[in-house]
Design a binder for this molecule. Structure first.
Ligand code: B12
Length: 371
C-alpha cells in the first residue's frame, strides 16, 4: 500500500510534465492522490499535502499559486497542507523578511503545518502575531508572554521597578493580577468567612487593581491582562456584595452614573452596593452616560442627590458638563463625585458639592444630606 501511495505522491515529479503552474493543476494532482488513498481506506483528512512553494525570485506568481492551492485543497478535499516555507524567498537578501510574511499569509490561507526554522525571531513573531490576530490566543496570552520575553532579552537594562504579572503576590491580589476569576471568587469567599466585605474591598481588591493600573501605565501590563484582572476583581467583589445585602431600598433615592465616555464601573458598583446596604434606593444609570440622560433621570425621579464617577482625565470634562447641566436645570440637586482620577481640587474646580474618596465616605455624605 505504502509503495503504491508513494508512487502516487510522486506524480508531481514523474508522471506530470513538471509541477503544475496553476492552483487548479496542483489540486488535480492532489485529488488523484486522495482517490488512490481512498481505495486503501485512507481518508483525505489523514493525508498531508504539500502544495509546493517555489521561489518568487524566479516566478512572481509562486506565492499566489501556493496560497490558492492550500485554499483549494482544504475546501475541496478537506485535507491539511504543509509547506517548506523558506523556499519562497530563495535567492533574495534578508530572506526572513519575505519568509515570515509568506508564513503569515499561508497560515491565513489555512496552512496546518510548516517546515521552517523555529529559531528565527521573524518566524516566531509571524506565528505569535498570527495566532493572536486569528483569535486563537485567548486574551493574547501567548503573544504577550512572547513579546515580553523578546523585550527582556533585547533590553535587560531597561527593566523598571514596575509590577509584572509574573511577580504577582499570592492570595486574592495574585488571583486578580493573574486574571483568575474563579480563584479570586474562591479566595474572596474564604477571606469573608472571617473578614468583613469593606475590608476585603479596600485592603485587597482596590490595591490589586491599583497595582495593575500602575503596570498598565508603565507598559508592563497590557490591555487584555487588565480586562482579565477587572473580571477577576468583579468576581471577588460579587462575593463581597453578597455579604452586603440590600436593606430594602425604602430610603431616599439617589442616582449613580459613570460619566459619558467612561466605561469604568467597578468603583461605582461598589458605591451602589454600600448605599443599598445603608437603605438608599439607588437608580443606577450605568456607565458611559451622557449628561442629558443624567439630567432627565434626576428631573423625572426628582432626586436630590446625584453621584458621578470618572476614572480618566479625558472624561472629567464630561463630569463638569453634567454638573453644569444639573445646576442650570435642577438647582436643588446636590452632586457627589468620585473615581480614581479625581482629587478634592478637581472636584472643587468643576463645582461638585462633595468629593468622596471611597464608598463609605459617599454613604456618610448622603446620610448627612438626606436622612
Ligand atoms: C480596571 C480598569 C479598567 C477596566 C475597567 C473594567 C470596569 N468594568 O470597570 C478595563 C480593562 C475595561 C479598562 C479600560 C480602560 N482603561 Co482602565 N483602568 C482600570 C484600573 C486598573 C482600575 C480601576 C478600578 O476599577 N479601580 C478600583 C475601584 C474600586 O476604584 P475607583 O473606581 O477609584 O472607586 C473607588 C473610589 O474612587 C470611589 N468612587 C468611584 N466611583 C465613585 C462614584 C461616586 C459617585 C462616588 C461618590 C465615589 C466613587 O469609591 C470607590 C470605592 O472605594 C485603573 C487604574 C486605577 N488605579 O484606577 C485603570 C485606568 C483608570 N484606566 C485607564 C485607561 C487609559 C483605560 C483605557 C482608555 C485603556 C485603553 N487604551 O483602552 C480603557 C478605557 C475605555 C473607556 N472609554 O473608558 C487609565 C486612565 C488614565 C487617565 N488618567 O486618564 C488608568 C488610570 C490606568 C493607568 N494608570 O493608565 N480599565
Amino acid at each position: 500500500m505504502a509503495r503504491s501511495l508513494a508512487a502516487s505522491t510522486s506524480e508531481f515529479a514523474h508522471r506530470q510534465t513538471g509541477i503544475p503552474a496553476t492552483a487548479e493543476g496542483r489540486l488535480a494532482v492532489a485529488s488523484r492522490i486522495a482517490q488512490r488513498a481512498a481505495q486503501y481506506g485512507i481518508g483525505a483528512h489523514d493525508l498531508i499535502f504539500d502544495p509546493l512553494a517555489l521561489t518568487i525570485s524566479a516566478d512572481a506568481s509562486a506565492a499566489r499559486v501556493a496560497l490558492e492551492t492550500i485554499r483549494l485543497i482544504r475546501a475541496r478535499l478537506g485535507a491539511p497542507c504543509s509547506l517548506g516555507i523558506s523556499n519562497i524567498s530563495f535567492g533574495l537578501p534578508n530572506r526572513d523578511f519575505v519568509t515570515s510574511a509568506f508564513f503569515t499569509m499561508a497560515l491565513s490561507a489555512g496552512l496546518a503545518a510548516a517546515i521552517m526554522n523555529p529559531f528565527s525571531l521573524e518566524m516566531q513573531k509571524a506565528y505569535r502575531s498570527y495566532m493572536a490576530l486569528a483569535g486563537l490566543d485567548e486574551s493574547c496570552r501567548d503573544y504577550i508572554a512572547f513579546a515580553q520575553g523578546v523585550e527582556a532579552r533585547s533590553a535587560p537594562a531597561a527593566q523598571t521597578g514596575a509590577p509584572r504579572r509574573s511577580d504577582a503576590p499570592d492570595g486574592l491580589e495574585g488571583a486578580i493580577a493573574k486574571g483568575l476569576a474563579a480563584d479570586a471568587a474562591r479566595i474572596a469567599a474564604a477571606l469573608l468567612e472571617t473578614g468583613d466585605p469593606l475590608s476585603l474591598i479596600n485592603e485587597h481588591i482596590v490595591p490589586a487593581l491599583d497595582i495593575m493600573g500602575r503596570g498598565f501605565e508603565e507598559k508592563t501590563v497590557f490591555l487584555p491582562q487588565l480586562l482579565m484582572s477587572a473580571e477577576a476583581a468583579k468576581a471577588a467583589f460579587e462575593e463581597a456584595r453578597k455579604k452586603l445585602p440590600s436593606a430594602g431600598g425604602a430610603g431616599p433615592a439617589v442616582i449613580l452614573a459613570t460619566v459619558k465616555g467612561d466605561i469604568h464601573d467597578i468603583g461605582k458598583n461598589i458605591v451602589k452596593a454600600l448605599m443599598e446596604n445603608y437603605g438608599f434606593q439607588v437608580v443606577d444609570l450605568g456607565r458611559d452616560v451622557p449628561p442629558e440622560a443624567v439630567l432627565e433621570a434626576a428631573v423625572r425621579r426628582n432626586v436630590l442627590l446625584v453621584g458621578l464617577s470618572a476614572l480618566m482625565t479625558t472624561t472629567v470634562p464630561a463630569m463638569a458638563e453634567t454638573i453644569r447641566l444639573l445646576r442650570e436645570n435642577k438647582p436643588d440637586v446636590r452632586v457627589v463625585v468620585g473615581g480614581a482620577v479625581l482629587t478634592q481640587k478637581y472636584a472643587d474646580m468643576i463645582g461638585a458639592d462633595h468629593y468622596a474618596k471611597n464608598a463609605m465616605d459617599t454613604v456618610r455624605f448622603a446620610e448627612k444630606l438626606l436622612k
